[in-house]
Design a protein around this ligand. Structure first.
Ligand SMILES: N[C@@H](CCC(=O)N[C@@H](CS)C(=O)NCC(=O)O)C(=O)O
Length: 248
């Protein structure tokens, strides 16, 4: 088998989820950083159904989306690691789906609604780290054109940032509720894909030292304030614990 290639944006928390799954399953792979814009062209060329990163180029074809990548890892479990499906795969997947559809989207919109509007220059290095030299130059030169596209594409703004903060807070209430009985994981007593997803998608709000990107990332003031307000919440403590014990 040729080593699969994982196409990523350096900063993306969905990419961190896929990267973590590949690492967990002991699947050797190349993480290939792409610049925004180029990702769609590559995805189309490879025949991906969706243009978003992450997507994984494999001998079996292209696997698009972090959840499908975890499925693929389960089928190619090189390290013979314990499955991440859990004792009740349907319930575990339902938690993962809600995290993907709500938490992931609103953590990102909350972050960018401040960072890309008030301090776009601070975001650029996080995007360009790891890019091949020509793409890095293209991001530097084209950044002033990329930023408005991202603002429009993700519907960013002051009001939108506040809305997304409120959505994230409501989702933290839900997750804190799950953890309230003292369970070690979100579902059952076993580490599952729901836990990996929660940790990866909320990782930017906890910035644990084991996180490959956020440990060195730029945080705008509204996000720093939320991190401070929420740091004692069981879910954010849980994210820190997941990184400390499972992101090896
Ligand atoms: N549900 C998808 C979400 C992926 C996603 O939203 N990726 C973003 C980066 S965080 C992206 O590629 N945005 C640009 C685009 O969609 O073209 C997954 O889990 O992989």
């Amino acid at each position: 088998m040729n080593a699969p290639v994982l196409y990523v944006f350096n900063i993306s928390h969905y990419c961190e989820k896929a990267r973590w799954a590949l690492d967990y399953f002991g699947i050797e792979h190349e993480a290939r950083h792409v610049m925004p814009g180029a990702h769609r062209i590559i995805a189309k060329k490879l025949g991906a159904k969706r243009g978003s990163v992450p997507f994984l180029q494999t001998d079996d074809g292209v696997i698009a989306g972090s959840s499908a990548i975890i499925d693929w890892c389960e089928d190619h479990n090189a390290g013979k690691r314990t499955s991440l499906s859990g004792a009740d795969p349907q319930a575990v997947r339902a938690i993962e789906k809600r995290l993907d559809d709500v938490v992931g989207v609103h953590v990102r919109r909350f972050y960018y609604s401040d960072a890309l509007i008030n301090a776009p220059a601070s975001v650029r290095p996080i995007f360009s780290n790891g890019l091949p030299i020509l793409q890095r130059a293209a991001v530097t030169l084209g950044w002033s054109r990329i930023v408005p596209l991202m603002i429009k594409g993700m519907d960013l703004g002051i009001e939108q940032g506040l809305q997304s903060r409120a959505v994230v807070e409501a989702e933290l209430d839900w997750l804190d509720g799950l953890l309230a009985d003292g369970r070690p994981y979100l579902h059952g007593n076993q580490w599952t894909r729901a836990d990996l997803t929660a940790a990866a998608l909320l990782g930017p709000l906890a910035a644990p030292k084991e996180h490959p990107i956020t440990a060195k990332a730029f945080f705008p003031s509204t996000v720093l304030k939320a991190m401070k307000d929420w740091e004692k919440r069981p879910t954010l403590q849980f994210v820190g614990r997941m990184y400390a014990t499972h992101r090896l």
